[in-house]
Design a protein around this ligand. Structure first.
Ligand code: SIN
Length: 366
């Protein structure tokens, strides 16, 4: 295989990269077998989905930009030295801002990764992604990819055209972690700004700062710089769930709790056909007395209700201020509302319909 050479990002954006010798496949095309010349380097499949890492400046404000304007191929071409880390094969899965990330793209990613591993096409996968929903895509894949080979998500807080864009360094470090044998058996990882986070722990916690990703309950699992990869947490077995064969996930709505809360949003969710509701509760997953009455109506009609928290740090424990046993509720433990929603969707799609079974799966992380 011909390796990718470094190319300044501006040149890449201007289109020079379109002639770069990167293995690339059009969206939806099936991947041909790859011939590898540099046999000693690990084979890393880069799946590009869009996001700010693929963004270009826009004139609407001093920091305005359009996400998903640069291809994965152009991105790689703008990362000097990455060709010394791995043999890269690039595929464009989507080119969207991650506010538009959706379960169809998740299924596409999951199927492609499973296929690449099953056919032994690659040793690891790197996914470029917008930061807004990166934690959700990482967590979804973490729950459905049952393979020890590394799957790493990365992105950027500044577009490729910004002064001091962070995308090239994040991309370099993501490939470095993907190519490192120590990254095996750790589930899906997120690499940005010199830190390695687990899919379960990580959350975006600042609207604009480069150091936006933190794992408030678990801390980073490792650190990376251009010279080294260091893991500070042991590898941990993950639970893996089947991908629904019809590629659909049941409707699960998140309801955000607040002072002066009534049951309207909960009653509406049930009326709209939700099979599950995740409460972004106050404090330890609490809601008002009126909202609790709505929750009781929901569970009595067969809807699974998970109590998570809007706080952003800490665990939601069972039977503290709310009598979960009495109301038949599930406590989210460490999972924030957006991840609790995904786990509940996957469990429902895998035929888990009792609050007790669902609680067991939520508690299994600890
Ligand atoms: C997005 O998530 O696509 C926009 C924000 C970002 O990537 O940082």
């Amino acid at each position: 295989m011909v390796s990718v050479r470094g190319l300044p990002i501006l040149a890449a954006i201007l289109g020079v990269a379109s002639v770069m010798p990167v293995f690339s496949h059009a969206e939806g095309a099936s991947a041909p077998p790859v011939a590898h010349k540099q046999v000693s380097l690990p084979r890393v499949l880069v799946l590009a989905t869009g996001g700010t890492i693929s963004g270009k400046a826009d004139t609407r404000s001093a920091i305005g930009y359009d996400a998903g304007a640069v291809t994965g191929e152009q991105l790689i071409a703008g990362v000097p030295g990455v060709e010394k880390l791995a043999q890269l094969q690039v595929e464009q899965i989507s080119n969207i801002a991650s506010q538009n990330m959706n379960s169809q793209v998740w299924f596409k990613l999951a199927e492609r990764i499973r296929q690449a591993f099953a056919n032994n096409e690659v040793d690891a996968v790197v996914i470029t992604h917008g930061t807004d929903t990166m934690e959700e895509t990482a967590f979804f894949l973490d729950n459905v990819i049952g393979d020890a080979r590394p799957v790493i998500l990365t992105g950027a807080m500044r577009p490729s055209t910004a002064i001091s864009a962070d995308g090239p360094a994040n991309m370099y470090e993501a490939v470095k972690v993907a190519a490192d044998p120590q990254a095996r058996g750790r589930g899906v990882l997120v690499v940005l700004n010199d830190e390695v986070q687990s899919a379960r722990g990580v959350s975006k916690m600042h609207t604009t700062a480069l150091q936006t990703f933190h794992s408030p309950n678990l801390g980073p699992v490792g650190y990376v710089d251009p010279a080294s990869v260091r893991f500070v947490a042991p590898a941990k077995p993950q639970q893996h769930l089947d991908l629904p064969v019809d590629h659909t996930l049941p409707r699960v709505q998140i309801v955000y709790a607040h002072a002066d809360m009534d049951a309207q949003q909960i009653d509406d969710a049930v009326k709209n056909g939700a099979r599950g509701i995740v409460i972004a509760g106050m404090g330890d997953g609490n809601v008002s007395t009126d909202a609790l009455a709505g929750i009781e109506r929901a569970t009595k009609s067969g809807v699974i209700v998970v109590r998570s928290t809007r706080v952003g740090n800490g665990f939601v424990n069972r039977d503290v201020e709310v009598d979960d046993d009495h109301y038949g509720l599930v406590a989210s433990m460490d999972l924030n509302p957006q991840k609790a929603r995904i786990l509940l969707q996957l469990l429902l799609a895998n035929g888990k319909t009792s609050a007790a079974d669902i609680q067991k799966a939520f508690s299994a992380g600890f």
